[in-house]
Structures are given as C-alpha cells and as structure tokens.
Design a protein around this ligand. Structure first.
Ligand SMILES: NC(=O)c1ccc[n+]([C@@H]2O[C@H](COP(=O)([O-])OP(=O)(O)OC[C@H]3O[C@@H](n4cnc5c(N)ncnc54)[C@H](OP(=O)(O)O)[C@@H]3O)[C@@H](O)[C@H]2O)c1
Length: 244
C-alpha cells in the first residue's frame, strides 16, 4: 500500500467525496475521519460497496485525545501517513444573535476550523515525516481571500458574505498552511490550500445555486495526489491561483 490518507470531516459533504474519490484510486487507502463513528461507518460502507479501500475512524479535531488515538491506530497499522486532508469545518455566523455574540462565534469557529486544523496537522507531522512524499491539503475557502474582500463589489446577495468568523478562521488556516510550507516545503513536502467552490452540502443549506460535491472534491483530490514535481505553498481552486 503506497499511499495512506486521512481525511477529517469525511462522513458527509465534500470530505466524503474526497475520501470516496481517493479510495477508488489504486494504491490509496483512506481513513475516513468522522466525529460520530456510526456516521463514519455508514459512509465507509457505502464507499466499500463500490470498491473503495476505506475505513472509518472516530476523529474530532477539537479533541486532542481523539487525535492521539487516531495517530496511534494509523502508526500501529502502517507506521506512516502519506496524505493529510484537513477538511472538517463549521460555519457559525448565521447563528449570531444578541444571545450568541460574534466574538463567541469567532472563538467557537476557530476552535474547529483553525486550532482544530492546527492540532490535527501537529499530531500527524511525525507520521508524515516517514512518508516518501508527504502531502498536506488544507480545505480552505475563497472567503479567506483578503484581496476578495478588499475589492468587494456587492453581488447578488451581499448578506451571504457577512461571515467574519468563518472568513477569519479560513484566512488564519491559510497562514497555518504557509507556515508548514516554510518548514517543510523545501524538504519535498507538498503543502497546499484549496477552495472547493460553492457546494451543495449542509454547509450551504443545500443551496440550489451551488455545485455538486463530486466536482468540488476534485481540487483537493488533485492536491492530495501530487507527485514530486507538484506545486507547494499555493492557494488554488479549479481555475488556478486564488489571490491571497
Ligand atoms: N460547501 C461550500 O459551499 C464550501 C465552500 C467553500 C469551502 N468549503 C469548505 O469545504 C469543507 C467541507 O465543507 P462541506 O461543505 O462538505 O460541509 P459539511 O457537509 O457540513 O461537512 C463538514 C464536515 O466537517 C465535520 N466536522 C465538523 N466539526 C468537526 C470536528 N470538530 N471534528 C471533526 N469533524 C468535524 C462534519 O461532521 P458532522 O457530520 O458530525 O457535522 C462534517 O463531516 C469545509 O472546510 C468548508 O469550509 C465549503
């Protein structure tokens, strides 16, 4: 088995599609991270039925014990990790109210999207170091782009873009990615962030204007399967570079 992969938040949505597509490639075995193990098992079974090499594993990025248990399990079984896809995220801005402040929402959002992603990455760096070609994929968002908001022109629904807690958490996630790239990019690691695009998932309340998760997963799958010549330290979508 030449590529061992871990995807966080893979029981549904884009993470599920990333796990599905990678697990159907020859030489890829995927650990499908899910904070609810039963949901993860259901998702993994669906993928196994179509031939994917996948297994569910309980993983909550806000729980250090959970991260440590996953690391120990993968280390015991394979000794290393080749690809880490940091996908799990939450969007709390729509819940902001007089009772639930934006500051609290920001703190709670960061706990998953940024600190959780940082702890996930930190936990698995030792196993990635044992890979022939370590790859880290941070599923970010176009909302992380300072350039986009600095040059904002009102679009069909401006309210949709008032997501400061989420946007700040993803901008910080991009900085986390860049820091890992400074540390390991010059050692042959492939460390990148991507925006999957507006996607029909729970995240977007299955918005009719959003695209299918099958297509949105493709950019993360591409970054997860880069070879030695692949790029590192980029922030991309399917069209190319996204302005920082
Ligand atoms: N959908 C879009 O339009 C869009 C656009 C740009 C970027 N993105 C990004 O794409 C990624 C996937 O989003 P999605 O649309 O697929 O959302 P989704 O369907 O809501 O899936 C999010 C996943 O993250 C998991 N998760 C949440 N908190 C977690 C935690 N503490 N530990 C582990 N897993 C946790 C969820 O688990 P549960 O099932 O247990 O809740 C779920 O599996 C996110 O990083 C998001 O920011 C999405």
């Amino acid at each position: 088995m030449s590529n061992i992969v871990l995807v966080s938040g893979a029981n549904q949505g884009i993470g599920y599609e990333i796990a599905k597509q990678l697990s159907q490639m020859s030489d890829y075995h995927v650990f499908l991270g899910s904070r609810d193990l039963d949901k993860g098992k259901t998702a993994a079974t669906q993928i196994q039925e179509i031939g994917g090499s996948v297994e569910a594993i309980q993983l909550d990025v806000t729980d250090r014990k959970s991260l440590s248990a996953v690391r120990q399990y993968i280390e015991t079984k394979f000794e290393r990790l080749d690809v880490l896809v940091s996908n799990a995220a939450i969007l709390l801005d729509p819940k902001v109210s007089p009772e639930y402040s934006l500051g609290q929402a920001t703190q709670d959002t960061f706990a998953t999207n940024t600190s959780g992603a940082a702890d996930l990455a930190g936990e698995f760096v030792p196993l990635l170091k044992r890979s022939r070609l370590p790859r880290m994929v941070f599923v970010s968002s176009g909302y992380a782009s300072l350039h986009f908001f600095a040059n904002f022109t009102p679009s069909y629904t401006t309210a949709k873009f008032f997501t400061p807690a989420y946007a700040c958490s993803k901008a910080a996630l991009n900085m986390l990615m860049l820091h890992y790239n400074v540390q390991y990019g010059n050692k042959g690691w492939k460390i990148n962030a991507c925006c999957p695009g507006f996607t029909k998932t729970n995240f977007s309340n299955h918005d009719e204007q959003a695209g299918p998760a099958q297509e949105s997963a493709q950019i993360a799958v591409k970054l997860a399967t880069l070879n030695e010549d692949g790029e590192t330290g980029t922030f991309v979508n399917t069209k190319g570079q996204i302005a920082w």
